[in-house]
Write a protein that binds this ligand. Structure first.
Ligand code: UT7
Length: 331
């Protein structure tokens, strides 16, 4: 089966991680945990944490500038900014408009996507549509999270897992040489909405002093529920995206999966019958940066020469919602 012709392609990648690095051993001092538990159960050894005063939109704008540079474009060339985040600067307006302001972009549409860890794959899928229908030529897609400010630092079941960071790509029209987004598929299942949730602070539960005391405005997760569904759905979405692209897993040069847990990635690798060496891994360094994890790993692998032009790459991500998706790209 031949692959569909891509309509958009990645013109440049960028990323940004805050300078401050927190090691597992640092966390041993604040919650009842251990370096061995964290590294053996998740693969995480370190994570980057934003400095006081550093904003989500600062991280996002830094990654965006880097992607624009790599694409040889400037903010004036952009037709749209899409930001995948659940930890924007303010509940309203979107993080994307602060990024627009910081980049000095024109009066273009700028909006956020709330799909948690799948936010980047959702953003990519939406951008691909706007480029395909000719409404936009250059779209900046960013995945960014500043989760350290919405974690309960007394809850060892969540606070050891996440980190801060941003990754970005600039998409532009495909040039007809087969490179670009060949297929991209997104899904949600609201029946599991409460398995990974910030329960307070929205209209369902406006914040009260008691709510703040009980950390209702912080991330709550039933880790095992998400683990099981992550392995199943990341594998099935990947196979659907591959099938839509007219490819098999064996045709892939690289997989850039959401970096939530090395054990999840290993089980997805087994289900796709792919060696773990085919996966770009950086969970050890960043922890789970939610929507930023795929574009950060992508940018690192592009810049260090692992991912090369013309190679077939699969993205797959799953997070709160639950929302998930997978994309097949020829770089
Ligand atoms: O990115 C968004 C999507 N999120 C995910 O994909 C995360 C999916 N879930 C996971 O990755 C895993 O479920 C976790 C890493 C969150 C947890 O690993 P687990 O192997 O599922 O552990 P568990 O929840 O079954 O807990 C096992 C034990 C428990 O103690 P008991 O009840 O056996 O005595 C926990 O209380 O480990 C304990 N535990 C910890 N111990 C030391 C939980 N967190 C910690 C910790 N340090 N930080």
């Amino acid at each position: 089966m031949s692959s569909p012709q891509p309509r958009s392609r990645i013109l440049g990648t960028g990323s940004y991680a805050p300078a401050r690095v927190v090691h597992n051993t640092d966390l041993e001092k604040i919650v009842d945990t251990s370096d061995s538990w964290i590294s053996e159960r998740t693969g995480i050894r370190r994570r980057h944490i934003a400095a006081e005063g550093e904003l989500t939109s600062d991280l996002a704008a830094a990654a965006g500038r880097s992607a624009l540079d790599a694409a040889g474009l400037s903010a004036a060339d952009l037709d749209m900014i899409i930001v995948g985040t659940i930890s924007g600067d303010t509940p309203m307006p979107s993080c994307a408009v602060y990024v627009q302001q910081k980049l000095g972009a024109q009066e273009i549409p700028a909006f956020d996507i709330s799909a948690a860890c799948a936010g980047f794959v959702y953003g990519l899928t939406i951008a691909d549509q706007f480029i395909a229908n000719g409404v936009a030529r250059h779209v900046l897609v960013i995945g960014v999270e500043l989760l350290s400010r919405i974690l309960n630092w007394k809850d060892r079941t969540t606070c050891v897992l996440f980190g801060d960071g941003a990754g970005a790509v600039v998409l532009g029209p495909a040039s007809g040489d087969g490179r670009g987004i060949i297929s991209t598929r997104i899904f949600s299942d609201g029946t599991l909405a409460n398995s990974l949730v910030i329960p307070g602070g929205g209209t369902a539960e406006p914040l009260t002093p008691e709510g703040i005391e009980q950390s209702r405005n912080k991330v709550h997760m039933v880790g095992q529920d998400i683990f099981k569904v992550a392995v199943k759905n990341l594998s099935s979405a990947s196979l659907i995206a591959l099938d839509t692209a007219g490819m098999a897993a064996g045709d892939l040069d690289w997989v850039v999966a959401h970096q939530a847990n090395l054990r999840i990635i290993s089980q997805v690798a087994a289900r796709l019958s792919l060696p773990l060496e085919r996966f770009v891994l950086n969970i050890e360094e960043y922890g789970n940066t939610s929507s930023a994890s795929i574009p950060i790993a992508l940018d690192e692998a592009v810049r260090d020469g692992r991912i090369k032009s013309g190679q077939n790459v699969l993205f797959c991500a799953l997070g709160a919602g639950i929302s998930w998706g997978a994309s097949v790209i020829r770089m």
